[in-house]
Design a protein around this ligand. Structure first.
Ligand code: HEM
Length: 443
């Protein structure tokens, strides 16, 4: 029996294909080499989309792995959750999980609907809008209010501008190639990223000091500051700051991309019946967030979007700290392993006609967490999954209730790499056709 799975000799061709088609690029490899597939590199990484392989990874003792992308500290902060391993990760995760609990998200429902309405209030029939830009603003507004607790419009605008400059300024090249991260005497994308980062840290330090001085509040930052580790100590301020940066980077673009993909898929001519069914469901229901959240076809549409357009096609691999058995292979310590979402979500066995956008499949059967895993899994499953799912339903529902839209171009979009995510390549440009409802309630 071979000890390592087969795979291509070089990962270069794959990297080029990944930049062009981040969602579909893994499928030809799995067809050619099978699943799991080994990618050469330093370290070599084994990818699998097979439920048995994914179960083995997510079900393993978390101390089997450490995070691989240690070099991302400059972007997300060296103490941020995503870069911590072992006991440190467990400790920080335990402290950060309660504020993100699904039931808590409901406190932000009205805010999410209102912020969506405010960001689109100026839309007029005939106008051409970039959905991704608009949605990035909406999801940043939600993060600033729900997580940071910032409601002053001027402060929201200045933080929002800075955060967008930072996230949009992280080019895939400097994210993927550490050797390009040089300041070159203060010019170039990395130098401007570092300047903005310094400015952001100053603003976040001021915000943390204010929240510490203020009494108890509803926002996630305040909950985090009042939480205590088992030894009774709070999370130090510089660590809280790293977590805030991570939450913005992990949370705002991903959610915006997911909703933009939904709108793209729903307005493709081949999916007209899906859009019609969803509109009928929304029109027949009360627009209150707690009702909208439970609409079954809206829920299925959001799930199908996350399946068909996985935002993290192959989330950061884990490095093995000891030998690991994966689907009959013995992988050595030092090698990387990755639950490849973009392979799992296109398996014919679970999803017949996998390229078709068909929300009904989520109403016809239940998928296991090893078949449907848009938020990853195991001990590192996305911390913001409940928030993202809730926000997706409310923002999409609110937009479809208020506007009739059409795609500006019917050219298929296979996606592009944006920072570390797979998003629509052209930002989903749409034309506002009609305003069909006033804001849902007087505010
Ligand atoms: C549709 C939107 C989103 C998608 C598809 C998504 C997806 C993911 C994925 C695939 C992972 C990696 C899991 C793994 O390694 O197994 C992850 C991690 C993470 N996500 Fe999300 N995410 C989304 C939104 C959010 C939001 C809104 C937040 C917070 C505001 C957030 C915070 C995080 C954090 C903190 C981690 C690191 C968890 C850890 O290492 O323990 N994400 N996300």
């Amino acid at each position: 029996m071979a000890t390592l799975p087969p795979g291509p000799r070089s990962s270069l061709g794959f990297m080029v294909r990944y930049l062009r088609d981040p969602i579909g690029c893994m499928l030809p490899l799995a067809r050619e080499y099978g699943d799991p597939v080994l990618f050469p590199g330093n370290p070599a990484v084994v990818f699998t989309g097979d439920p048995a392989g994914i179960k083995a990874i997510y079900g393993a003792d978390p101390d089997t792995f450490e995070p691989l992308n240690q070099d991302l500290g400059v972007f997300v902060g060296a103490r941020s959750l995503i870069l911590l391993g072992g006991a440190e990760h467990r400790r920080a995760r335990k402290l950060m999980t309660p504020p993100f609990h699904g039931a808590r998200m409901r406190a932000y429902g009205e805010q999410i609907v209102r912020l969506t309405e405010q960001r689109t209030a100026a839309w007029r029939p005939g106008q051409r809008v970039s959905m991704l830009d608009t949605l990035q603003h909406v999801s940043l507004d939600v993060i600033l209010q729900a997580i940071f607790g910032v409601t002053d419009p001027e402060r929201m605008a200045s933080l929002s501008k800075l955060l967008l400059e930072i996230t949009n300024g992280i080019s895939p090249l400097i994210a993927l190639v550490p050797s390009l991260r040089r300041e070159f005497g203060g010019v170039g994308p990395y130098a401007s990223f570092m300047r903005r980062r310094k400015h952001l840290h100053e603003q976040l330090d001021a915000l943390i000091a204010e929240r510490r001085a203020a009494g108890p509040r509803e926002d996630i930052l305040s909950l985090l500051l009042s939480a205590r580790y088992e030894d009774g100590r709070p999370m130090p301020d510089d660590e809280v700051r790293d977590q805030l940066v991570l939450l913005v980077l992990a949370g705002h673009e991903t959610t915006a991309i997911a909703i933009a993909w939904s709108l793209y898929a729903l307005h493709r001519p081949e999916n007209a019946a899906v859009l019609e069914r969803l509109r009928a469901e929304l029109e027949g229901a009360d627009p209150a967030p707690d009702v909208m959240e439970k609409l079954p076809y809206l829920e299925a549409t959001c799930q199908e979007t996350l399946r068909r357009y996985p935002i993290a096609p192959a989330p950061s691999p884990r490095r093995l700290l000891r030998p690991f058995e994966l689907m009959g292979y013995t992988l050595p310590a030092g090698m990387g392993v990755c639950a490849a979402i973009a392979l799992a979500h296109f398996r014919e066995e679970a999803y017949p006609e996998p390229m078709r956008f068909r929300p009904e499949r989520f109403m016809e059967r239940q998928f296991s967490p090893f078949e449907f895993l848009p938020f990853g899994g195991g001990s590192r499953r996305c911390l913001g999954a409940a928030m993202a799912s809730y926000e997706m339903k409310l923002v999409l529902g609110t937009l479809l209730r208020r506007y009739r839209l059409r795609l500006d171009s019917l050219r298929p979009d296979t996606g592009a790499v944006r920072a570390a995510n797979a998003g629509p390549a052209r930002g989903v440009k749409m034309i506002v056709e009609e305003l069909i409802a006033r804001p849902t309630r007087a505010r």
